[in-house]
Design a binder for this molecule. Structure first.
Ligand SMILES: [Zn+2]
Length: 405
C-alpha cells in the first residue's frame, strides 16, 4: 500500500467525523515540558509540497499531523525530518528522477528552516539538539527513507550527509538495489552487495543505518556488519502484532546487544477489519493524485474533497488506540530495556491512533510511562537520550575511520 493511501486509510475517518480530536490539547505536563523530545520519523516534509502549506500555520482537516503550533502544544522539540521517496522502477531514468526528487525534498526542508529562523534550526551533531531546544527552537535533523535515489553510487550519500542527513534507511515497501523489503519478495537474502557498500559508507560518514522497512535478514546483516549501532526509526513488536514491519523479541534482544535502538511506531499495531470498498476508493484516489506528483492548488483542493467524500461513504471503524500504541512501547521496553527504545510514530506518514491523533497528544506518552513506573530519567532516554547516544556513536565511528585507526 502506498504511503498516502495508508495515511488515508488510517487517519481519515476520525479527522472528518470528529475534527475536535485533532486540536484537542493533552493535559499540561511539567515533566513532559522538561524533556528533550525527538521523533525519529517525521514525514512532515511531504506537507511542504502542498500548495500554500506552511509549517508555521495551524492546520486542521487537511490530514496533516505536525506543524509549528501543534509541536509547541504537544511539546515536541523536533526530530528527524524524512526525505521519503516512493519506490519506483529501478531503471536508470527512473532512478535519476528519484535522485532529483530526493534532493529537492532536502532543499524544501532547508527552505522551511530558512523561512522560520526563530523557530527552527538545523542540527549537525548529536550534541546540537539540546542547545537548539534550549533556545526555544525546533530541532531539524534530516533522514532518508528509501535509499533508492542513490542509484548505484553509495558515495552520493556524502552529498545528503552534507545536507544534514543523519539517519538513512535502505528500502521501503519494495525490494530495491540495496536491500530486501520486509513487505516484498526477497532478492538478496538481506542486504545486497551494494547495500553492504552503502552500510560501510554510512559508518564512514557518521550516518545511523536505519533498518525499518528492510527485511529481517537485512536487519541481521546490518547487526553483524555495521561498525556502529543501528536504528529501527519507526517499527514495532511482532509479539504485539505479528506483521512483517514489526520485529521479534529475539531481534529486539540482538538490537540491544549491538547497542542499537528501536523507535516505536504508531502504525501496524493491530489487524484491521477488511474494508475493500474503502481500499478500492483510496487506491483510485492514489492513482489520480500520485504522492510524488506536484499538485496545483486546484488539484490539491480536489484531492482533499475526494478524501473527505471517501471518509463519508466508507468510514473506518476499527482503528488502533493509544492503548495499542502503549502496549507496543511497554513491550519493547520490557524486552530491549530502557537504553534501547525510543519514539518514531510515523507522523504524516500513516501514524496516529484513536486518542493520539497528532503531535498535540504527545504528553500522554510521557504520562503513561511515568504511570507505568518508569523514572523521568528513563523517559528522557526514550524521548531522545537513546537516539542521540546512537548518533554520537555513529559520529565516533566516522571520526575513528577518518583518523585511519
Ligand atoms: Zn515508513
Amino acid at each position: 500500500m502506498s504511503r498516502r493511501l495508508r495515511t488515508l486509510l488510517l487517519l481519515a475517518p476520525a479527522l472528518l467525523a470528529i475534527p475536535a480530536v485533532v486540536a484537542r490539547p493533552a493535559a499540561p505536563s511539567p515533566a513532559h515540558e522538561r524533556l528533550l523530545t525527538l521523533d525519529t520519523h517525521l514525514d512532515t516534509p511531504a506537507s511542504l509540497a502542498f500548495p500554500g502549506w506552511s509549517i508555521a500555520d495551524p492546520h486542521a482537516g487537511d490530514y496533516t499531523q505536525v506543524d509549528l503550533p501543534r509541536m509547541k502544544k504537544g511539546g515536541l522539540d523536533g526530530g528527524f525530518w524524512a526525505i521519503y521517496t516512493p519506490q519506483g522502477p529501478l531503471d536508470a531514468a527512473s532512478t535519476r528522477k528519484a535522485r532529483d526528487f530526493a534532493l529537492k525534498r532536502a532543499v524544501a526542508i532547508h527552505a522551511m528552516v530558512a523561512a522560520n529562523p526563530r523557530d527552527f534550526a538545523l542540527a549537525d551533531k548529536a550534541e546540537d539538539a539540546a542547545r537548539i531546544a534550549a533556545q526555544g527552537k525546533r530541532v531539524v535533523y534530516l533522514s532518508i527513507e528509501n535509499a533508492w535515489p542513490l542509484g548505484d553510487d553509495p558515495t552520493l550519500l556524502q552529498s545528503f550527509h552534507a545536507l544534514g542527513v543523519r539517519i538513512a534507511g535502505f528500502a521501503h515497501f519494495r525490494t530495491n538495489q540495496f536491500a530486501d523489503s520486509s513487505t516484498d519478495k526477497a532478492k538478496w537474502d538481506g542486504l545486497s552487495p551494494l547495500g553492504v557498500q552503502l552500510l560501510a559508507e554510512m559508518n564512514r560518514l557518521g550516518v545511523v543505518p536505519d533498518l525499518s522497512h528492510s527485511s529481517d535478514a537485512a536487519l541481521a546483516d546490518a547487526l553483524r556488519l555495521s561498525k556502529a549501532p543501528v536504528i529501527l526509526s519507526h517499527s514495532g513488536c511482532k509479539a504485539v502484532y505479528d506483521h512483517p514491519r514489526n520485529v521479534s523479541d529475539d531481534q529486539l534482544r540482538a538490537l540491544a546487544a549491538q547497542g542499537g535502538v528501536i523507535q516505536i511506531n504508531s502504525v501496524y499495531l493491530k489487524k484491521g477489519a477488511p474494508n475493500p470498498q474503502r481500499e478500492a476508493a483510496m487506491k483510485a484516489l492514489e492513482e489520480h493524485f500520485p504522492e510524488d506528483a506536484a499538485l496545483t492548488p486546484d488539484a490539491y483542493a480536489r484531492m482533499l474533497a475526494e478524501r473527505h467524500e471517501i471518509d463519508r461513504r466508507f468510514p473506518q471503524t476499527d482503528r488502533a488506540t493509544f492503548d495499542d500504541f502503549m502496549a507496543n512501547l511497554l513491550h519493547a521496553l520490557k524486552v530491549a530495556g530502557t537504553d534501547h527504545v525510543g519514539i518514531g510514530a510515523d507522523w504524516d506518514g500513516g501514524g496516529g491512533v484513536v486518542g493520539m491523533e497528532d503531535v498535540t497528544a504527545l504528553p500522554r506518552i510521557t504520562a503513561a510511562l511515568l504511570a507505568a513506573g518508569y523514572s523521568e530519567a528513563d523517559v528522557a532516554k526514550v524521548w531522545s537520550g537513546n537516539v542521540l547516544r546512537v548518533l554520537a556513536a555513529a559520529e565516533a565511528e566516522a571520526a575513528r575511520e577518518a583518523a585511519g585507526s
